[in-house]
Write a protein that binds this ligand. Structure first.
Ligand SMILES: [Zn+2]
Length: 369
């Protein structure tokens, strides 16, 4: 019965179109579900601020256990292609999309698990502590929604963010700084046949710098990549412009800054040698955090895993989430696995038995005496 309800909720949330900055349908569904749980929601101004159609949703559910509140969070948006998506439940409990869209278990799984856990605790009359819920928009755009959420409302100092791939019992306690950069090299154009020595070759300068640049995994917890290179106008013209776009990920924020400086210097050097100029632009939408293994939020997670028989495995991840932003506001959190696999692809899938186990895990977190 309750497993059917869990599937119904999951199916509802995977059936709505809720792309980043267009989360209104998902938000309306959530408002109804939370009303059924007897709670009012507050929607902040992130929608208008970001140019979306919906803000972050916040709710406070008072509990009977006299313990500090916990924040649970799952984001409302999904990546594309998502139009017309729906979940298909197979006989063995596997849940897939129709094959031409993502499934959206990222993060309908998190939303459904949180709602089902609260409903079941109510039904069973099991006391829990005060629970705060935050359902952010635009997580898939470098956590834009949770970056500007209304933190004056949030009193929890600990959070569980349901937004991780992997087996139930897995959790991430550290995530990287993610820095995007654009390197622009400006040279001088000239005819490649008649006046090849009059030009300053922007692409060659850029290519030389890229060839010397550290790339890939530089050490555990530090990666660097150039993903886009563009420039030039015709094969008979010395190109006067080349742009290279890349990113740095680092579990240590300072390492990302140091590497960016190194890359900037390298491009500048090659640009000057080729008679070009270089400009370096960087943005850092996500900042690294680390939650201590011995922190209460991690120890509670270990105990809850044990209570429901899920092998606990806490580790770092190289992906960002809303938890990066929570950490900036003094909230210590874990990102926990909630049955989403091969996310951001049409092969994305979930499993009903894993969702069920995750519900019991979240119930244990909420109701631990
Ligand atoms: Zn996600």
């Amino acid at each position: 019965m309750s497993e059917k309800r869990l599937w119904d909720t999951f199916s509802c949330f995977t059936s709505v179109y809720s792309p980043s900055l267009g989360e209104r349908q998902s938000s309306s569904l959530l408002l109804n579900k939370l009303k059924e749980l007897g709670t009012e929601c507050f929607e902040d101004g992130a929608g208008s601020e970001l140019g979306g159609n919906c803000g972050n949703l916040y709710a406070f559910l008072p509990g009977k256990l006299n313990k500090p509140p916990l924040l649970f969070s799952a984001h409302m948006d999904t990546v594309e292609p998502a139009k017309g998506k729906r979940g298909i439940l197979h006989e063995d409990g596997l849940i897939t999309s129709g094959g031409d869209t993502i499934l959206g278990a990222d993060d309908a799984a998190g939303i459904s698990v949180i709602l089902e856990a609260l409903t079941r605790l109510d039904e069973e009359g099991k006391p829990r502590r005060d629970i705060e819920l935050l359902f952010p928009v635009a997580e898939e755009i470098y956590g834009l929604g949770s970056r500007i959420a209304d933190y004056s409302r949030i009193i929890s100092k600990e959070a569980y963010v349901l937004d991780l791939s992997g087996a139930i019992g897995e959790a991430a306690n550290a995530a990287p700084t993610i820095m995007s950069f654009v390197q622009v090299i400006r040279g001088k154009s000239s005819h490649a046949g008649f006046a090849p020595n009059e030009g300053a070759h922007a692409i060659r300068a850029c290519a030389k710098a890229i060839a010397q640049m550290p790339a890939g995994q530089l050490k555990p917890g530090l990666t660097c990549n150039i993903g886009v290179v563009s420039g030039g106008t015709a094969s008979n013209i010395i190109p006067d412009l080349c742009e290279a776009k890349g990113e740095i990920r680092s579990l240590k924020h300072e390492d990302a800054l140091a590497l960016a400086e190194k890359i900037e210097a390298l491009f500048a050097e090659e640009a000057i040698a080729a008679g070009c100029t270089a400009e370096f632009f960087k943005t850092c939408p996500i900042k690294a955090y680390e939650t201590r293994m011995e922190s209460p939020v991690a120890l509670r997670f270990e105990r809850a895993c044990k209570a429901v028989g899920a092998p606990c495995h806490i580790h770092s991840t190289m992906g960002g989430s809303d938890n990066n932003n929570f950490a900036l506001h003094g909230i210590e959190g874990l990102v926990i696995a909630c049955s989403m696999h091969e996310v951001h692809s049409a092969r994305e899938y979930s499993r009903l038995n894993e969702l069920e186990l995750c519900v019991r895990l979240v119930m244990a977190l909420m109701s631990e005496e």
